[in-house]
Design a protein around this ligand. Structure first.
Ligand code: NI
Length: 227
């Protein structure tokens, strides 16, 4: 399941983040790439120990905590600290699948990467190329979202970032370990939750069937979640 979450960050936060990121000293992205990925990766990064990544990552985590759509779609158990990347001058990241387990060392914990997330920070018309191309069971999707929008996709999917031929593609990226490991089960719960929200709007005074359906949602979550 690929989910777009619109306006996770507002315009003033984006301006502030872009200013701070423009003044940062970036690192070669190949430093953190695994065995296969290092051959296809050409970008710059701020990794989790960089003070600016910590500062801006906190803002991203706060925005995620307030997003009902993120909670509903990801059912997060753990989130890897958000990192930041920049692609310029032909920079790209060829087709790869993300590492299955990431280790964060402050504090030490492991995150099984069920979902990959890209938070777009540059407006699409400020750079050419840089599409995130994701292959899933429904085909190939080429995505370039407005600044402030978040894309969630299965970490199991083969994906790439196309070369940036003008301007700079700035993004935050991170991984989520979900309470519900299976992507199909998570999708069913997300669809059911969205339908329940619509039903609650249609029946503001409540309805006995809504009580049963909400209970079924929770019983499925109980059945499928690992904590
Ligand atoms: Ni990736």
């Amino acid at each position: 399941m690929i989910v777009r979450i619109a306006n996770l960050l507002d315009a003033s936060t984006l301006v502030l983040m872009r200013e701070k990121l423009a003044a940062a000293v970036w690192e070669d992205g190949r430093r953190t790439a695994g065995g296969e990925a290092v051959k296809v990766k050409q970008n710059e990064q701020l990794t989790e120990k960089h003070p600016l990544a910590i500062e801006l990552g906190e803002r991203v985590l706060n925005a995620l905590a307030q997003s009902k759509q993120f909670t509903s779609a990801a059912l997060p158990l753990k989130v890897f600290p958000p990192l930041f990347n920049r692609y310029t001058g032909g920079g790209h990241f060829g087709a790869h699948i993300d590492t299955a387990v990431r280790l964060s060392d402050q504090p030490p914990y492991r995150v099984r990467t069920d979902l990959s997330a890209t938070l777009f920070l540059a407006e699409p018309d400020s750079y050419d190329g840089g599409e995130l191309v994701i292959e899933d069971t429904y085909g190939v999707h080429s995505l370039k979202l407005p600044a402030g929008h978040l894309l969630l996709y299965p970490a199991t999917s083969l994906h790439e970032v196309r070369p940036v031929t003008r301007g700079a593609r700035l993004a935050s990226f991170f991984w989520v370990q979900s309470m519900v490991r299976d992507d199909d089960n998570r999708r069913l719960l997300y669809e059911m939750d969205r339908a329940l929200m619509q039903l609650r709007e249609l029946h503001p005074a409540g309805h006995p069937t809504l009580v049963r359906l909400t209970g079924t949602y929770h019983n499925l979550l109980r059945k499928w979640s690992d904590l």
